[in-house]
Design a protein around this ligand. Structure first.
Ligand code: SAH
Length: 453
């Protein structure tokens, strides 16, 4: 007999997966969430927490495994907070992401006529991250450690490899860790807020060989900078830029506002299709370049541009989407809140020889009102907000601007679904394509097409 009480050991069949990739077992419709269990599996589990509306179980044994269960290839997988889906075949990961979008839009909201396509995946879903942000700390013996945080904690797992980073990043990480030990370089302590080195950030161009290494420091004085710079230059001659970023804050924000170039160029260059992008250390840039191309291709397809359209690129970052569209649009207006990113966007427009773009720094919800007052009448609006989605005033102004089409890219389908309900008064949500920007993790990215009713 199955019981719902703490420490009870039960058998059950997994009938669903949550958006966090946890298996769902039901006892008389009451759900028990079991991390690491897969849909279709028969398992033995122990109940470790009981709440009013759900319980949490711990997987003890897989009695009958799913055909989609695989051995996670990474040796840190069971402790690291970076990946959540390595115990699942890639095919199952893609299916799970599509189901999540279907759940949100077809079941929880009334978008039953919207076509939700299969998730666009990668041929090789490993080593895709062009940016690594590695916390640096010390173990209990005072030795330098570097890697990613343990699940739900700020303990750093000392790693020598990571299967989702660009391969060169792990070589750099391992060398830098060695030099920190060898030259006794001061390391930041999150608890006492003292010490110097906080993070190592590495960025690589996907279609160029450019590489940027950033040392994030607590304070400006960086006595051993020259040692690290010399060592890096000797060992990795391909590095095009070495920077120091100063972060004196006591928060979890990784980078501070001020950066200093220690060696080489102050920006990194990458290329997507025929467009070249210069990227500052503090600007947002999509971390999976080959999937970004697929995402933007889909966005262009949805925008259906003929060369005659006025396009708004809202939440534009360094202007990647707008610049991608500039050759097939009449004029592109971009807005972004981070000043260095908008500077990058302006320079990137010049770099690519576009004269039909205007990039403005500010909050999308405020700038869009000004554009409306200036009489700008967009035909197509691209929307690509952060996880929290769009501000309501932004959406209300968008409705007043009344473009023919809205193409909404989202890294959080649940806020996208909330926003879609506001647009629904005037727009039909035609289709959504999930694109897998973050294989092995539960993150889902989508691109949605809204057409004026
Ligand atoms: N479209 C870009 C960036 C998307 S990420 C790309 O594909 O690369 C979301 C961007 O929104 C970030 O650059 C972030 O700085 C910016 N942002 C966040 N809040 C904003 C706001 N209220 N107004 C304008 N931009 C904002």
């Amino acid at each position: 007999m199955e019981t719902i009480s703490k420490n009870a050991i039960n058998h059950g069949n997994v009938v669903d997966l949550t958006h966090e990739g946890h298996g769902v077992i039901k006892i008389d419709r009451y759900p028990i969430f079991v991390p690491n269990a897969l849909i279709g599996e028969e398992i033995e589990y122990k109940i470790i927490k009981v709440k009013k509306n759900f319980a949490i179980g711990k997987l003890l044994q897989v009695v009958k495994p799913s055909e989609h269960r695989v051995e996670p290839p990474c040796k840190y997988y069971w402790k690291c907070g970076g990946c959540q889906l390595q115990h699942m075949t890639y095919e199952a990961q893609l299916a799970m992401k599509q189901s999540q979008v279907i759940n949100l839009f077809h079941r929880k909201a009334q978008f039953t006529d919207t076509t939700i396509h299969k998730t666009v995946g990668m041929d090789n879903p490993w080593h895709y991250r062009n940016k690594s942000q590695l916390p640096i700390g010390t173990d209990k013996n005072g030795q330098a450690v570097m890697g990613y945080y343990r699940q739900r904690s700020h303990d750093i797992i000392d790693m020598d490899s990571c299967l989702i980073q660009d391969g060169i990043h792990q070589d750099i990480m391992n060398h830098v860790k060695q030099w920190i030990k060898e030259y006794h370089i001061s390391i930041y302590n999150e608890r006492t807020k003292s010490g110097l080195l906080r993070h190592l950030v590495i960025r690589t161009g996907y279609y160029t060989d450019e590489m940027m290494v950033i040392f994030v420091t607590n304070g400006k004085h960086f006595r051993d900078a020259s040692i690290l710079v010399e060592k890096l230059k000797q060992t990795f001659p391909n590095i095009t830029s070495i920077k120091q970023n100063i972060n004196n804050s006591h928060s979890n924000v990784i980078m501070g506002q001020q950066s200093i170039t220690l060696y080489g160029k102050d920006k990194i260059v990458d290329q997507l299709s025929d467009t070249t992008f210069k990227i500052s250390d503090q600007s947002f840039y999509q971390i999976n370049s080959s999937q970004t191309e697929k995402l933007y291709q889909k966005a262009i397809e949805y925008a259906q541009l003929t060369g005659e359209e006025t396009v708004l690129d809202t939440y534009c970052g360094i202007g990647t989407i707008g610049l991608y569209m500039a050759p097939v649009a009449k004029h592109v207006y971009g807005v972004e809140v981070v000043p260095s990113a908008i500077k990058d966007a302006q320079q990137n427009a010049t770099l690519n020889g576009f004269e039909n773009t205007t990039f403005v720094c500010g909050k999308a919800e405020e700038v869009i009102i000004k554009w409306k007052q200036q009489g700008i009448r967009p035909d197509v609006v691209m929307v690509d907000p952060p996880r929290k989605g769009c501000d309501e005033t932004f959406l209300q102004t968008l409705l007043k601007l009344n473009p023919k089409r809205i193409v909404y890219i989202s890294c959080n389908p649940s806020t996208q679904q909330r926003d879609a309900q506001i647009l629904d008064t005037q727009y039909e949500l035609k289709e959504i394509t999930p694109v897998d920007m973050f294989p092995q993790t539960t993150h889902v990215e989508t691109v949605a097409l809204f057409e004026r009713k």
